[in-house]
Write a protein that binds this ligand. Structure first.
Ligand code: ADP
Ligand code: ZN
Length: 603
């Protein structure tokens, strides 16, 4: 909770308390007055000359005695007789117009208490709703309406040429719906954008609206499925009411899988809510008439889990895939984001594109931004290659943590571990080339070895995978060879190695005994988490996975065993300089082993 929020809540609490106190004070003031006299008592007191004034006000009269105390008296049907009687007894009789005031006095306490209650309820709900930064709106507008057409156009989306082509038709339609309607053309209502996070799904959808010059509504599937059942459906309805008013327009639904999962795989309370929301979405889309020019673009990174009902004709029947960019696409994305940033002349974006396989568009945007921040912090006027390379490492592994206190002994273990990775990867021809080795901790990692493929890969062979797993096990193997003992530092390595091995067996049919069948979602389990195979097969899988990792470990050990000298000398150097780049590493290895040992060109 922020400072400002705390202040707000404190203020509201004080206000609430003040209101409450005022209400109590008022009520007690009213109560002093409610002592009553009967009619005969009034006559009696007036006769004795004890009554000073009598105020007639509607059905109630208020007598004030000589001591200033007030008494309420229930009046008879015709108070004028009473009035003249009292007047003859010397009482000042007045006909008050305080009826309204009296009525107000009666309701005022409630009026005061109501806002207090309201405020309390308001805050309770805000708390319940989590961050408390959203207004208290259950049904109204979840969509952030971009009233103006987005500034973004296709120019800002680099690389995704096929996707742009597919969406160009939608742009045409939105620009001039009438032309298509005249020909009776059926225009898609829904487009599904599928692709990993950060590949520009949101960006591309905005660009479609920008190109066509139409408004852009955006909502997220996870926003729909919130606290209360029925809210999501209400929000969908509301969103489409707004959208239809602004037709033609784009409605963008991010994370559609949050509402559109296959219905049988749900569990828990969110299930109902999701189903209602999904149904409402389908109802809305089915209900578009020929004059509704609203196109719904939904984004997901899990198209495989979507409910088939969502993908039926007339709904999200256009599917556009966005993939992680290839080297050319990465180059173009880097261009887009470097466009208005001062780069040093020596910066080669081609090299950068080659060094960043597996990076999404968002990663690349982030990379350039990080580099700009680094340059600014170093008081530089331009961004250099050095900052860009540091930024790559940051995006991959998080920022350096130079402040972390690590003992000399631990440092040595870490250095051997990392050099172990690096040497095994360099020795095995099918491993990715090593870019950097470092013992400066980053993120969760104490040390790291950065290896990146030279080119984008679409297929990996069994042999390649085996060697890569050996590279991952190289760290632990080095620890054992040098110290005769292993540390907990290899946890992440073991996890990665095991995952890869498991995938080899269950997904890619690379096991010896399990055979060539897909076993669930790659981990021997199906989407709902239940085993997709018999216990017997599961046991086989476990054994095969263990065998693959063990073999890889043996391979790494033998590679390092043959290079004991190199292991020592490279580690010594790494401890001095803390980070070794590819060229320095190669020089050290050649020096220790002679140039003959140079890594054969990767196949
Ligand atoms: P997604 O919706 O797929 O998760 P976004 O559209 O939110 O990804 O992308 C996040 C950011 O990454 C964008 O705002 C943009 O800066 C950058 N980006 C992603 N893909 C591209 C691309 N193809 N061209 C240019 N920038 C991109
Ligand atoms: Zn490691």
């Amino acid at each position: 909770m922020t400072q400002a929020r705390r202040k707000q809540i404190a203020l509201a609490m004080i206000a609430a308390l003040a209101c409450l106190l005022a209400a109590i004070a008022f009520l007690s003031a009213v109560n002093t007055r409610t002592s009553t006299w009967s009619y005969s008592r009034l006559i009696d007191q007036a006769l004795q000359g004890r009554v000073k004034t009598f105020e007639i006000d509607g059905e109630v009269g208020i007598a004030t005695d000589r001591d200033g105390r007030q008494y309420a008296v229930q009046l008879p049907a015709n108070p004028s007789v009473l009035a003249s009687t009292l007047a003859s007894d010397g009482v000042e009789v007045a006909f008050g117009d305080s009826q309204a005031i009296a009525a107000l006095q009666r309701v005022l306490p409630y009026l005061l208490v109501l806002p207090v209650m309201g405020l309390l309820i308001f805050f309770v709900f805000r708390q319940v709703r989590g961050q408390g930064n959203q207004p208290l709106m259950f049904v109204r507008s979840p969509a952030k309406l971009v009233v103006a057409t987005p500034e973004v156009t296709f120019v800002h989306v680099a690389g995704a040429d096929e996707a742009k082509q597919e969406l160009a038709e939608i742009v045409e339609f939105l620009k001039d719906p009438a032309r298509f309607a005249e020909l009776g053309a059926r225009i898609p209502k829904g487009v599904l954008l599928a692709g990993p996070p950060g590949t520009g799904k949101t960006l591309l959808s905005k660009a479609v609206a920008g190109e066509a010059g139409v408004p852009f509504f955006s909502a997220s599937g996870s926003e729909f499925v919130e606290l209360f059942v029925g809210v999501g459906a209400g929000r969908v309805r509301d969103l489409f009411v707004q959208a239809k008013k602004s037709s033609p327009c784009i409605v963008f639904v991010d994370e559609i899988d949050a509402v559109g999962r296959q219905r049988r795989i749900g569990f828990g309370g969110a299930h109902d809510e999701r189903e209602q929301t999904l149904n409402q979405l389908l109802v809305e889309m089915d209900g578009f008439d020929t004059n509704t020019h609203v196109i719904v673009i939904a984004a997901t990174n899990r198209p495989d889990v979507l409910d088939p009902a969502l993908l039926r004709p007339g709904r999200f029947d256009r599917h556009v895939r966005l993939d992680l960019p290839e080297v050319r696409g990465r180059r173009e994305i880097l261009d887009v984001h470097a466009r208005n940033k001062p780069l040093e002349a020596a910066v080669d974006l081609d090299v950068l594109a080659r060094q960043t396989p597996g990076f999404s568009g968002a990663d690349l945007a982030n990379l350039i931004n990080e580099a700009a921040i680094l340059a600014a912090r170093a008081n530089r006027k331009v961004i250099g290659m050095e900052e860009l390379e540091e930024a790559i490492a940051r995006v991959v592994a998080g920022p350096e943590k130079k402040s972390r206190r690590i003992s000399e002994r631990e440092k040595e273990v870490i250095a051997y571990h990392e050099v172990g990775h690096a040497l095994v990867m360099k020795a095995l021809p099918l491993c990715d080339p090593v870019h950097k080795v470092s013992i400066i901790s980053r993120g969760m990692a104490l040390g790291w070895t950065l290896s990146l493929p030279e080119e984008d890969r679409y297929l990996v062979s069994k042999e390649e995978l085996k060697q890569q797993i050996a590279g991952i096990m190289g760290g632990r193997a080095a620890e054992e060879i040098v110290f005769g003992d292993v540390t907990s530092g290899a946890e992440n390595d073991i996890q990665r190695a095991t995952q890869m091995a498991r995938r080899m067996v269950t997904r890619w049919g690379m096991g010896e005994r399990v055979g060539i069948v897909l076993l669930g979602h790659g981990d021997g389990r199906d989407v709902s988490g239940s085993p997709a195979c018999s216990d017997e097969t599961a046991a086989h899988i476990d054994r095969e996975v263990a065998a693959i990792v063990e073999q890889a470990y043996q391979l790494a050990s033998s590679v390092l065993g043959q290079r004991r000298q190199t292991l020592d000398s490279v580690t010594e150097r790494l401890l001095e300089v803390e980070t070794l780049r590819a060229e320095e590493l190669q020089a050290l290895v050649s020096e220790a082993e002679g140039p003959a040992s140079e890594r054969p060109a990767a196949g």
